[in-house]
Design a protein around this ligand. Structure first.
Ligand code: ATP
Ligand code: MG
Length: 362
């Protein structure tokens, strides 16, 4: 029996951080052998906010792929590939764009949040909302069953589910009353995919909250991340300088321990395996019996213990950039085989299958 498929990906806007680790990577590693896995580097989506920085995007493509290998993605087991080298994705994007009302795309709360967080105002390019449609194609080109992501991606996945239903109903005669899980069984080309959230849905960053008092999501682009490739000193500097409780001047002041308000405790709860220590010290912190510095020092150790083996494996791949590119070449070839097949089937369903074609990656 063939395995079910899993797809997920990252935008090459920087290196991977500990939010990616708990939000999505843990799931990818756990499911790597159980599912046929596709991991996409969304380089075209990186152009939505940095079209003027092609060098940086190119470097980030290699960085993300290197991070994947460092965390333990096996390129011989899983297919890791570059989005822009899989043209079937673009072709599906165009067809899918006809199936979703424009206002529906603009109502996507993740886009609205990104516009706010990244301060895009009304200056964002046409391609910015288009990326939400493109992401439906990134996913559906592989007809996966599940998509492991962080919480911010759920609105995008809902759009993907809508596109799949609409396509299957319009072009594959699937009855609109069909249950989501039965779309393929009922003749649909595209499965109505299932999101799979990680152990942590949304890890906060190391910085201060926004004007409404909400801590921001840890993001590559918001200068609030601890990266899986940070060296031990950098981890220490970032933790020692991180935002905690601004009202706390002395260690004897009672401190804020709500992880929604103080990232120091969010991080301990998520990454520190010693639950008793966390419980006891949280109480002491709330009563003004322990200072920030001691709690931060412990966090430095906890994070370095997680990152150290990843860092070491990464060093080996950093010295072999050709191997990283070879892993992407191998994966991109495989990805094209599947995506071309999907596109051919989609065109057939849409009655636009005029001439067969083959595509080759050198
Ligand atoms: P950018 O700031 O450029 O948008 P990002 O840090 O949001 O970068 P993405 O490449 O957009 O990273 O996201 C890759 C995956 O990691 C997605 O599934 C996303 O939901 C997940 N993810 C990203 N940040 C977090 C976080 N802080 N907590 C949990 N999951 C996250
Ligand atoms: Mg993002």
């Amino acid at each position: 029996m063939s395995k079910q498929r899993l797809l997920t990906g990252d935008t090459p806007t920087g290196r991977l951080h500990i939010g990616h680790y708990v939000g999505s990577i843990e799931n990818r590693l756990a499911l790597q052998n159980q599912y046929e896995c596709y991991f996409l580097i969304a380089n075209k989506h990186a152009f939505t906010t940095r079209a003027d920085k092609p060098d940086e995007i190119r470097q980030s493509v290699i960085d993300v792929a290197t991070d994947w290998l460092a965390v333990g993605i096996d390129p011989n087991v899983s297919t890791m590939f570059i989005q822009s080298e899989v043209p079937a994705i673009d072709e599906l994007t165009f067809f899918f764009a006809m199936l979703i009302p424009f206002n529906r795309v603009m109502r996507n709360p993740t886009l609205a949040q990104e516009i706010k967080d990244k301060d895009l105002g009304d200056k964002y390019p046409f391609g910015f909302p288009l990326y939400a449609v493109g992401q439906c194609a990134d996913i559906l080109a592989f007809r996966p069953e599940i998509v492991p992501v962080g919480e911010d991606q759920l609105p995008h996945l809902e759009l993907t589910r809508e596109v799949a239903r609409r396509f299957d109903q319009l072009y594959c005669s699937v009855n609109p009353h069909t249950e989501d899980k039965d779309y393929v069984k009922s003749g649909g080309l595209f499965p109505v995919i299932q999101p799979k959230l990680g152990r942590v849905k949304r890890l906060v960053g190391t910085g201060a909250p926004d004007a409404q008092g909400n801590l921001l999501k840890m993001s590559k682009s918001l200068n609030n991340a601890i990266f899986l490739s940070d060296d031990a000193d950098t981890v220490q500097k970032k933790v020692m300088g991180m935002y905690t409780d601004p009202k706390r001047i002395r260690a004897t002041d009672p401190g804020e321990t709500d992880p929604e308000k103080n990232p120091l405790w969010a991080f301990h709860e998520i990454f520190n395996p010693d639950e008793n220590w966390v419980r006891e010290q949280k109480e002491a912190y709330a009563q003004g019996k322990v200072g920030d510095v001691a709690i931060k020092r412990r966090l430095v150790d906890v994070l370095n213990t997680l990152i150290e083996p990843i860092r070491n494996r990464r060093k080996q791949y950093e010295s072999r950039p050709d191997d990283v590119l070879d892993a992407l070449r191998l994966g991109t070839k495989r990805a094209n085989e599947v995506a071309e097949e999907t596109l051919a089937l989609a065109k057939k369903a849409m009655k636009q299958d005029y001439f067969p074609r083959t595509l080759r990656i050198e």
